[in-house]
Design a protein around this ligand. Structure first.
Ligand code: UD1
Length: 305
């Protein structure tokens, strides 16, 4: 849901405007017509593999889009921002859970754009203390809106685990390839911190509330559950929720993958009064509801819309 859908355009939802963030005159018009208290900036390309093939596309879209947005916000006196960062800025963490104080690194151009934007935000706050900025480091968002009407619909072959599992369950792909079965984890497969998209959305509301406090500066919070779940555990949870068997093909590790990544959640709990409520069973239940109602996402089987 958060990701490709939002790649090129910043959606001014209430106004129903679609503007490329790099189009400064168009963005200027939006800010001239409406006074915004704060901006939640989700827009960005997010496919790791594509970023390695097309780094300039990623730097152009993610960095220039953000810089233009920040310039226009500043020019219009809107200096409150919530930005979608990512756990990717922890690189291959030496230990878990990942706390917000961990050293930062990037393993690919996509990750570097997140890291650079975080640094840009810290720099603009250092230069002008009127800014209030919250950087949210998402762990692995999955699931869908419980209504079954809003969900993730990646273009082409999904890069991420759960959209792929979903497409196997509805018969669009024959099997899931499990990348790596020899990690030093509970069952040999990679461990991640999956978070329900509804919890993630609530984390943004909590961040907006936090922006109303005085002197928050530029702060960073993990949005995760604090629990690690393996690939095989996620597959089992999805099979249980859907009643579908997911055929598996065991394969080598995917280059660049970390073995275990999960969040320390204390800072967000303490300072944002926010905590994830849903577990993997609810994530899979809601993702299956979306998938079973919309097996071809927002499109049709022949791909014509
Ligand atoms: C990936 C990105 C990360 C990005 C995040 C966005 C990589 C290397 N990392 O994280 O930078 O912020 O998506 O959500 O792409 N898996 C399979 N088979 C599959 C797909 C995935 O076994 O077909 C495994 C992976 O090896 C991993 C786990 O599932 O252990 C989760 O993978 P994925 O959903 O791609 O997320 P990340 O790799 O954590």
């Amino acid at each position: 849901m958060i990701g490709e859908l939002w790649c090129w355009f910043f959606q001014f939802l209430c106004l129903n405007l679609q503007v490329d963030l790099r189009d400064k005159p168009a963005l200027e018009n939006v800010f001239a017509e409406t006074k915004f208290d704060a901006v939640i900036h989700f827009a960005g390309l997010k496919a790791v593999g594509e970023s390695m093939q097309k780094p300039l596309l990623y730097f152009n879209n993610n960095l220039i889009g953000t810089i233009t947005l920040l310039e226009v916000m500043a020019a219009h006196g809107c200096k409150q921002l919530v930005f979608s960062s990512s756990a990717t800025v922890y690189g291959w963490p030496k230990e878990v859970p990942c706390t917000e104080e961990f050293p930062l690194s990037a393993a690919n151009p996509y990750g570097r754009t997140k890291l650079f934007i975080e640094e840009i935000c810290r720099d603009i706050y250092s230069s002008d203390s009127e800014w209030k900025i919250i950087l949210l480091r998402y762990f692995n968002p999955v699931g869908a809106h419980p209504s079954g009407y809003i969900g993730e619909d990646p273009r082409g072959i999904p890069n991420n685990l759960m959209p792929y599992v979903q497409q196997v369950a509805v018969g669009r792909r024959p099997h899931l390839t499990v990348f790596g079965t020899d990690y030093p984890t509970k069952d040999g497969t990679g461990v991640r911190d999956y978070i329900h998209v509804v919890d993630l959305a609530d984390g943004h509301i909590a961040a907006l509330r936090k922006l109303s406090e005085a002197n928050i500066g530029c702060e960073v919070y993990n949005l995760g559950t604090g629990k690690g779940t393996s690939v095989l555990e996620m597959v089992a949870a999805f099979e249980k929720a859907s009643g579908k068997k997911i055929p598996l093909v065991m394969a080598d590790r995917r280059p660049g993958d970390a073995e275990t990544v999960y969040a320390a959640t204390e800072k967000a709990e303490r300072e944002l009064s926010w905590k994830a409520n849903y577990g993997v069973d609810e994530m899979c239940r809601d993702q299956w509801k979306w998938a079973s109602k919309n097996p071809y996402g927002y499109g049709s089987p022949d791909g014509t819309n």
